[in-house]
Design a protein around this ligand. Structure first.
Ligand code: DC
Length: 248
């Protein structure tokens, strides 16, 4: 980190489509800057897992009222895990990091994340976590709803065919039999669902910088990011601009 001149800590919002490598990228930049990384998708997944294990989702059907009733008893916390170099997520003190990425949770998280009361609770938590700045937050609505005043907003995208190919390779490496066509269809369907939902749909903030990583390596993305980061943090903040005007 010594090579990056840090004037002030900022909020970096990383939004974008699924399977773009958002989490990997957000985690890498947080580590590089010594910032806290917050995976907001994990929070929606944690609520979904709790709803599944407390009877608010049965046979894949989400009972919205039952989920809302459970909300007051759900406490989500993050604890840094030095082995992973990232924070693990806990629900009511129980480590759930390894349980939130199952197919069962993935299949139900979309309708759970569309419940207004769920979003209200999680957005308030996310805003509290970023109160002292110095965070990289990855999600769908960070630059538009959670931190519309974030100093740096990134919007990640990649060609659906490239994303499908990456996901295909990942699943193949895990020994899962899948077809590339099926994955590409799923990627396109999820894009549509994310963008068309009524509550906090995925959209690019007007002041977001687009990162299309279809043909970029992880190293190239980091290089791109560090240049943009230097531009943003070397610019005087609104507060500094006000001070300099007042002192004239
Ligand atoms: O990033 P992910 O796939 O782990 O996200 C899980 C789900 O949560 C996904 O359906 C989109 C939703 N989500 C959201 O609605 N808002 C966020 N800020 C983050 C995720």
């Amino acid at each position: 980190m010594s090579d990056i001149k840090q004037k002030r800590k900022i909020i970096i919002a990383v939004d974008g489509f699924s399977s773009c490598g958002k989490s990997t990228f957000a985690k890498a930049i947080a580590a590089r800057l010594g910032y806290i990384f917050i995976d907001t998708g994990a929070m929606y997944r944690a609520v979904t897992l709790y709803a599944l294990s407390h009877g608010a989702i049965r046979s894949g059907i989400v009972d919205e009222e039952a989920v809302v009733k459970l909300l007051p008893e759900i406490s989500i916390t993050f604890r840094f895990n030095p082995q992973r170099g990232a924070s693990d997520i806990y629900v009511n003190g129980d480590l759930v990091e390894g349980k939130i990425r199952t197919i069962e949770v993935s299949n139900c998280v979309s309708p759970v994340s569309a419940i207004p009361e769920v979003r209200q609770k999680l957005v308030a938590m996310q805003q509290e976590m970023g109160r002292n700045r110095g965070v990289v937050m990855d999600g769908r609505d960070i630059g538009t709803v959670v931190f519309p005043d974030a100093e740096m907003k990134l919007f990640m995208t990649a060609d659906p065919a490239v994303r499908a190919q990456r996901r295909y390779k990942e699943l193949q490496e895990k020994g899962m039999p899948v077809s590339l066509e099926e994955i590409e269809r799923n990627v396109r369907e999820r894009d549509k669902a994310d963008m068309s939902r009524a509550v906090s749909p995925l959209r690019q903030a007007e002041d977001a910088i687009v990162l299309d990583n279809s043909h970029m390596t992880v190293e190239e993305q980091m290089e791109w990011f560090l240049k943009k980061f230097a531009e943003v943090t070397n610019r005087p903040s609104e507060h500094e601009r006000e001070e300099s005007c007042a002192s004239r």
